[in-house]
Design a protein around this ligand. Sequence first.
Ligand SMILES: [Cu+2]
Length: 180
Amino acid sequence: MKKLLILTTGLFLIAGNAFASGSHTGGHGHDEMKKVMEGHDNSDGHHADAMAVGEPGKKQNATKKITIIMTETDDGDMVFTPKIIDVKKGQTIRFVIRNKGEIDHEFVLDNRDGVMKHKALMEKFPEMEHDDPNSLRLEPGKKGEIIWKFTNGGTFEFACLIPGHYAAGMKGDITVTESH
Ligand SMILES: [Cu+2]
């Protein structure tokens, strides 16, 4: 009886150690992810949702609807259609995004620097779920909307940052022109 008790305690300790090291690794990854995301959101010193590319818009202010199709092609590429978009500074766009492919895709709107940071993060944490107003992940056959106000002129990007998709062609350009 005494022997059994010692054995049980020993097993418990082993299990306890395994659990502790497992949760440490997970916690570290999460902290790192959070740090990068926070740094990104606050980089311009404005409201957390305001970015170089603009800010979330209100549906009633949208002056243009742009439908974007995400899909794979027969020759193995992954594409957005259209892939070049022109808008005017100050304009609010209602993006209607449709995944007509056979796998998940996402639409992320940002400047080039933000896209590259987000891409690196996705390669590190492929299963990360983002809850950002400038991005949307869709399962095959689904559609969604992003209402966005372009507050700054310049050249921006939209991209799918699921690992491998950007390299397969899932990127597009947005030019925001200053209106006179
Ligand atoms: Cu994709």
